[in-house]
Write a protein that binds this ligand. Sequence first.
Ligand SMILES: [Fe+2]
Length: 167
Amino acid sequence: MKIKTLRELFEVELRYAYDCGQKLINKGLPSMIQSADSSELRSALEYHLGETRGQSARLERIFTAIGAEPKTNDNDILDEIMKAAKNSTAHIEDSSLRDAALIVNGNQVEHYEIATYGSLVSLAKQLGLRDAVAPLEQTLAEEKAADAKLTQLAETSANVRAAQHAD
Ligand SMILES: [Fe+2]
């Protein structure tokens, strides 16, 4: 599809964001939760899974509010990050080291989402899509908080435990 206007660009990016959320809800986060060893990490990921479901519903409301169909665009970037997460879990035997690796991948996902939602907020503002700005800002804030929580878990727990297990 050719993109000719800023509005079309907004809708295309919205569909990539929607696909990203769907993939995380259906596969990405549940498999990370299953692979996580520490209960702290598992509950942080479970909490964010709940938030991600809310974000997806928020996106559906935005599509409706702007008169666009809620459709997904296949998000290859997210696929690649999730592939890296799968490799982390498949190739790391030590559970605390695996948690540290899962957090690396989790931070990567959150940063990608921060970039996506930050751009969507800017586009919605420029386009005067008032119904879209506030919910997108809310999602952006949740992504930033999720990223900070993962970093905190890495620095206070997962990385420390993984370092203790060094040969
Ligand atoms: Fe997220």
